[in-house]
Design a protein around this ligand. Sequence first.
Ligand SMILES: [Zn+2]
Length: 101
Amino acid sequence: MAENPALTPDDVTPMTCARDGLDHAVSTAAFAEGRRAGLGIYRAACGGMVEVTSMTCPPGPLCPLCVRALNPRVVAIPDQRGSRQGGLVGLIRRLHHGSAA
Ligand SMILES: [Zn+2]
């Protein structure tokens, strides 16, 4: 199934996967879908399935495939969960700032 090609950093939340320890980008839609399934597993922007760790765990390394999938084209990146935004969202913000400036 094709992922939404219009996915932007605005649409995703970084989630640390318990299996690979990476921070993946999970879209709002994928999160809702995963919650309906009730398994605690969510489809990430890279296409992988994220088994979410505790939200209190420190962010892991960024999933390079998710970063690529989100290759940012959008300027506005709002703050998401403040305590965790230093990971994936922070990187995307830096990447975007570098490419747009
Ligand atoms: Zn990923």
